[in-house]
Design a protein around this ligand. Structure first.
Ligand code: C2E
Ligand code: MG
Ligand code: MG
Length: 596
């Protein structure tokens, strides 16, 4: 017996399979074709009976995607488990006035077998149709039942073989890729938008999880789905490809006003997710416009993740430019990393440039910053701005940092031997601080090159100091205890404040170039820089202004008691030989200010 009277249970069972409104699929279409062939019928369909509509999962010989439930033949089929045969619909009172009989596709003959779940819910049917009246044999009827069972095997296989995300029960990355491949086979070249949502700001997530308790894993995805549905409706699949990320496809020619709907969705998602708790999501939303066929394998998902990530950085919905290919980017990045790995092993490609820092009080250059230079045999010079961000967060970063440390210390030891007492400042990345070996390495290098610890300074950007505060703090403390100076680089570009940084054992603050370069024209930046110098001094830091490009700026910051300056006006980054000449040539400082 079918669980026929339990319509709510039937609908729940249907929805749980996440099959409604999914992309067409060859696997289903093959069974539909087989049904038409085996029963010598011109038309066949696999349908699902939703609350008010019949939705066609697969069709052969007719062009029907959806009908009202009242017009559905299959809706009669799902009421029993025997299947239904209508020899001539025009003679059957149940189909008098039916639009599918009176109009296209002018159905006269219908034979259907219900699709029955393990829990005995009939969710739809497989059927054959003809425009002429006819009958079928018992054997044909049996074939239809076998095909119905086959459809259910397919549905349940898809459902159970890891195509749904375990918490949300939404189709996962595997299903996404398969649907995309199916869609591409049918509509190659057509425009689509891929919308990717990243559920919450990683900084807020721990608070959310704390407030929601064990329900977080269920509540956060549920809120996300509600927000998407509120703006875009029910009739399309939402994918849950990665743990805290959701995605869906839009056809911009069908979904008019999608930009407004995205804003609407974002606004909805920023509301508290349940009445009692003021937890709201701040998802980042990335949109990737593409043509079906542009992306292979996981490349669209990858592009979506990147778009959402970039959207968080700029703080708004971000639509990436059409034609950007994730695969190209990936190949470039991959290629560059491979080349850099080789460059670390063969001498000659990597070198260091040294940029002098001017001490305003004495007018002397006491410190230089080591900046890496990469001259690739075929690519030519590759800027650190291009490859450092790629290398960061890979295992290669530490190798690169150690290479720089070794080369910088070797060079500074040579300068010392020539009687030039210089300190070298070395840029260190966030990941290097997680590496417990860094203190040992520095100690070993100092010993090897017979350098005092204060001959080197390590520069960390503000943002690298923020995560993993405890580990970072311990490592910095250990480095500082060696007697090595520690500078906070690019100060002012992150979100930290001096009070927080004060807990870090740093000795120098380098004000970021973005504030310094504009000093001549921006009163606001003048105020910021003056105040920052004052406060940094108050807290006991030495202050270095980066990006000193003109004599005017040089005089300005020196006049505000900034300790040192670095920038093109003072000296560009140069190789060691040029630096030695530059130092020898230096006369009195080009700073015309009266220092207190
Ligand atoms: P940074 O540490 O802030 O280095 C200063 C950058 O500003 C350098 O760029 C330098 O050439 C440039 N610069 C110096 N004075 C001026 C000026 O007056 N005007 C302008 N417009 N720019 C100036 P570079 O060498 O291209 O390095 C870019 C960034 O790459 C560095 O920024 C640093 O974050 C990173 N980097 C460079 N070498 C290394 C390294 O060995 N290790 C690590 N982890 N990062 C490095
Ligand atoms: Mg630096
Ligand atoms: Mg800097």
């Amino acid at each position: 017996m079918l669980a026929a009277s339990d319509e709510a249970g039937r609908l729940a069972a249907l929805r749980q399979l996440s099959l409604l409104d999914t992309a067409p699929s060859d696997e289903f279409d093959r069974i539909t074709l087989l049904a038409a062939r085996c029963l010598a019928a011109p038309m066949a369909m696999i349908t699902l009976i939703d609350q008010d509509r019949q939705w066609v999962k697969s069709r052969h010989g007719l062009d029907l995607t959806e009908t009202p439930r009242a017009a559905s033949f299959c809706d009669h089929t799902i009421r029993g488990d025997e299947g239904l045969v209508i020899a001539d619909a025009s003679e059957d009172p149940r189909f008098r006035g039916n639009p599918l009989v009176d109009g296209a596709p002018h159905i006269r003959f219908y034979a259907g077998a219900p699709l029955i779940t393990r829990d005995r819910y009939a969710i739809g049917a497989i059927c054959v149709l003809d425009q002429k009246p006819r009958t079928i044999t018992a054997a044909e009827r049996h074939t239809l039942e076998i095909l119905a069972a086959q459809v259910m095997v397919l549905i349940e296989l898809r459902h159970s073989s890891g195509r749904l995300h375990p918490t949300s029960r939404l189709p996962n990355a595997i299903q996404f890729d398969e649907d995309l491949a199916d869609l591409t086979r049918r509509q190659r070249g057509q425009s689509r938008l891929f919308v990717m949502l990243d559920i919450a700001d990683p900084d807020h997530l721990p608070t959310h999880i704390n407030l929601l308790g064990p329900r977080w894993e269920r509540d956060l995805p549920a809120a996300m789905i509600r927000g998407i549905r509120a703006a875009f409706g029910e009739d399309f699949p939402i994918y849950h490809p990665l743990s805290l990320r959701f995605g869906f496809l839009l056809d911009p020619s069908v979904t008019t006003g999608w930009q407004e709907k995205l804003d609407q969705m974002a606004a909805h998602l920023r509301r508290p997710i349940n009445e009692t708790l003021p937890v709201a999501l701040f998802p980042s939303i990335g949109v990737v416009p593409f043509r079906l066929g542009d992306f292979m394998d996981k490349a669209l998902l990858q592009r979506g993740v990147l778009a959402a990530h970039e959207a968080r950085a700029v703080g708004r919905v971000l639509t990436t430019a059409r034609g950007q290919s994730a695969t190209d980017d990936w190949h470039d990045a991959h290629m560059l990393l491979g080349e850099l790995r080789r460059a670390l092993d063969v001498p000659g490609q990597l070198t260091l440039a040294f940029q002098p820092r001017l001490d305003f009080r004495s007018g002397a250059c006491r410190a230089v910053e080591a900046l890496i230079r990469w001259n690739h045999p075929t690519l030519g010079p590759v800027s650190p701005g291009e490859f450092i961000p790629l290398v960061e967060n890979t295992a290669l970063m530490t190798d690169l940092t150690y290479w720089v440390m070794d080369a910088a210390m070797r060079q500074i030891a040579e300068f010392h031997e020539q009687g030039l007492s210089l300190r070298v400042s070395i840029n260190v990345s966030a990941g290097d601080l997680q590496n417990s070996d860094i203190v040992g390495r520095i100690t070993a290098l100092l010993r090897r090159y017979r350098l005092p610890a204060d001959a080197i300074e390590l520069e960390f950007t503000e943002s690298s100091l923020l995560p993993n505060r405890t580990v970072v703090h311990q490592q910095l403390r250990a480095i500082r205890d060696l007697g090595v100076e520690i500078a906070i680089d690019d100060f002012g570009t992150g979100y930290s404040n001096l009070a927080y940084l004060k807990s870090m054992p740093a000795t120098v603050v380098k004000l970021d170039q973005s504030f310094i370069r504009v000093l001549a024209t921006s009163a606001r930046d003048r105020a910021i820089v003056k105040a920052a110098i004052l406060m940094a001094h108050e807290l006991g830091y030495r202050v270095v202004a980066e990006g000193v490009e003109t004599a005017e700026i040089c005089a300005m910051v020196a006049g505000w008691s900034c300790d040192e300056g670095q920038g093109y006006h003072i000296g560009r980054p140069m190789d060691a030989e040029t630096l030695a000449l530059w130092l020898a040539d230096r006369e009195l400082p080009p700073v015309a200010v009266s220092l207190p």
